[in-house]
Design a protein around this ligand. Sequence first.
Ligand code: FES
Length: 241
Amino acid sequence: MERRNFLQLSATSAMAIAVAPSLIPQKLYAEDGSLFQTFEKVQLKDAEGNALKSKALVKEENYVFMYPHAATPAIMVDLLTPAGKDIKLKSEDGVEYIYKGGTGSEGTIVAFSAICAHQLTHPQKAMTMFQYVPTTGKTLAYDKAGVFVCSSHLAAYDANQGGKVLGGPANQGLASIILEIDADDNIWAVAVLGPNKFQEFFDAFKQELKAVHGRRGAKKLVKEEVKVEKLKNFTAEMIQA
Ligand code: FES
């Protein structure tokens, strides 16, 4: 693992541009609105560039895509059971927000920003230590699987309860990526709910991101469409504790 993953990082808040009001259910906002941000409405496409359909998702598979920025990874999972609704969550600085639930015909499809709230471990091409561990798996991070796990220091996050912390060193849950599914079963990412780590991520990995995305490319907002890959195809090595 890169040493940078262990750095202590100062808390900063991300800036965002609200451009695409959407069909978001009510009550997502924190009291001051700061923990909910709409972004460009972006269609999820498969590796061949075709529209990804919700019914084509493999249950409990990790699907990775970049959202809302060109370099900020998110993971989508179609869970075995519907995600909980109206989950009250709190950021590390005490701001409350409400997770409304999963999407899809049965409310089983969820997506979260795949940047660990502890020290920013995230899926990388060379290696991935952050992932959803299916219910058939095992993890040292929590007493049962079916959770998101960061294997850097064993943070566990509840995939069914809005990404809240179940165990380990993280002080707050994962930011949720709000998805919509249209009448043709297409999947769209439209917003981010909860305390995100985007700015800290950009600060911590500045040089690496610059090398891959150019001077300002990493922060560019994704527009119109984004490629979705199975995490096991995106990364060379999946490491899970
Ligand atoms: S970076 Fe420490 S648990 Fe994820």
